[in-house]
Design a protein around this ligand. Structure first.
Ligand code: ZN
Length: 92
């Protein structure tokens, strides 16, 4: 049985099409503990480099900023999220 789903998936293989630049912080470990995310229930991180808000990838104790392309237009991020100030992350 095949459903004709036209879901737009953002996850998966990195697609290198040459047009969009990957943010330098793509796939890097951030200085935040997974326990902090679990304790607060806030999973979104604001990228310190480009300002994109993405859901953190949690791998055991590590918190990883998922691969993303650099945001060109600054957007107002709604809702609670983590913002890095210096080397510490604070929750908004
Ligand atoms: Zn970024």
């Amino acid at each position: 049985m095949l459903a004709n789903n036209t879901l737009c998936l953002e996850v998966g293989e990195p697609q290198d099409k040459g047009s969009a630049e990957n943010c330098p912080l793509s796939g890097t470990v951030v200085e935040l503990q997974s326990a902090q995310i679990r304790a607060t229930g806030v999973e979104k991180l604001q990228c310190p480099a480009c300002g994109a808000a993405r859901k953190a990838t949690i791998r055991g104790e590590l918190v990883i900023y998922p691969p993303h392309t650099a945001l060109r237009i600054a957007r107002a991020n709604k809702g609670p999220l983590w913002i890095r100030q210096g080397t510490t992350w604070t929750k908004r």
